[in-house]
Design a protein around this ligand. Structure first.
Ligand code: ZN
Length: 273
C-alpha cells in the first residue's frame, strides 16, 4: 500500500498538469456522484495536494474533491484523449486542454465544500504531517511524550496517522531500525536522547523516502550497493523485507515479526528489547 511519500509524489505529478488549468470535462464514475460533473465542468483547478494518504483537488468553484486510493486506486496522467490500456473502472477524471488526469478503481471519493475539508473524518483525525516543511522534530518529540501516546508501543504508534500523518508500514520498520529501537518499546521507557533521535529519524526517513521515490536506506550505502550492481529491491531498505539477510550495521540476520497485523523487520542486535 502506498504511504505518505508515494501519495505526495503522485499529488505533485498531477498538480503539475492541472494547477491553474480549466477542467474542460470532468467525469465521476460512481452513480451517486455523477450529477456533480456539471458543477465542475469549466471550473479552474487551484491545486492538488495530499494529506497523509488522501489527495485533495481544489477547484475555484468553492469545492474540493477528496480521493483516497486505499489499496487499489491508481492515478494516470496522459495526453488528452490517450487513455491508458487498463481494464480498471474510471472513478474520477479531469480533462484540461492538453491532459487527462484519471483515477481508476478507488471508491473513497467525496465532494466537499472547501470549508468542510478539515472536518472530513479522515482529515480531522490526522496528526502533524511528516512531509510538511513546518513540521519540526520538536513537534514529533512532543507527540511522543503526549499523554495519549507515551504508554503505547512504538509498533502501534508508527502506524497511527493521528500520531504522525504520512507514515506507514515500511517507514515504521525503517525508522525504528535507523535509531536502534525495539518495536515493543514505549516512549515512556526511552531517555530524552532516544526520544530526540527517534523524532529526528521520523522526519529524516520519511522525507528521504519522498526525495528518492521510496529508497530509505542510507544514501552512502545505496551508492556503494548500486556501484556493486545491486538491484533496487536489494538496496532500497535497510531492514524492511530483508528477513534472514545480514544487518548492514552488525551482520546479525534480520528478523521478521508481525505487529498490529502487519509485517515488521528488526535487527535483534541493533534493536535490543
Ligand atoms: Zn544490526
Amino acid at each position: 500500500m502506498p504511504e505518505g511519500p508515494e501519495i505526495r509524489r503522485a499529488a505533485q505529478r498531477i498538480d503539475k498538469v492541472l494547477n491553474g488549468q480549466t477542467a474542460e470535462a470532468v467525469v465521476f464514475g460512481q452513480p451517486h456522484l455523477q450529477d456533480w460533473a456539471q458543477t465542475f465542468t469549466g471550473a479552474r483547478v487551484l491545486g492538488v495536494s495530499s494529506r497523509s494518504k488522501a489527495m485533495l483537488t481544489q477547484f475555484d468553484n468553492g469545492y474540493t474533491v477528496y480521493t483516497h486510493n486505499q489499496l487499489y486506486g491508481r492515478w494516470f496522467v496522459t495526453r488528452r484523449g490517450h487513455p491508458p490500456d487498463t481494464q480498471r473502472n474510471l472513478r474520477f477524471g479531469i480533462s484540461t486542454q492538453r491532459h487527462d488526469a484519471l483515477l481508476y478503481s478507488a471508491s473513497d471519493i467525496h465532494v466537499l465544500a472547501d470549508e468542510a475539508v478539515n472536518s472530513h473524518p479522515y482529515i480531522a483525525k490526522l496528526g502533524p504531517e511528516a512531509l510538511d516543511s513546518d513540521t519540526t522534530w520538536r513537534l514529533i518529540y512532543n507527540q511522543l511524550i503526549a499523554p495519549q501516546h507515551r504508554r503505547r508501543r512504538l509498533s502501534a504508534l508508527y502506524l497511527d496517522q493521528s500520531f504522525l500523518a504520512g507514515i506507514g508500514n515500511y517507514l515504521r520498520t525503517e525508522i525504528l531500525h535507523d535509531c536502534g529501537l525495539h518495536p515493543a518499546a514505549r516512549p515512556m521507557d526511552l531517555s530524552r536522547k532516544q526520544l530526540g533521535e527517534l523524532a529526528r529519524a521520523s522526519l529524516k526517513i520519511t522525507r528521504r523516502a519522498f526525495d528518492t521515490a521510496g529508497v530509505t536506506n542510507l544514501p552512502s550505502r545505496v551508492k556503494r550497493l548500486k556501484a556493486a550492481g545491486s538491484t533496487r529491491s536489494r538496496y532500497r531498505f535497510s531492514a524492511f523485507a530483508r528477513a534472514g539477510l545480514p544487518c548492514y550495521t552488525c551482520d546479525t540476520p534480520i528478523e521478521k515479526i508481525t505487529a498490529g497485523s502487519r509485517r515488521l523487520y528488526l535487527c535483534p542486535t541493533c534493536q535490543p528489547e
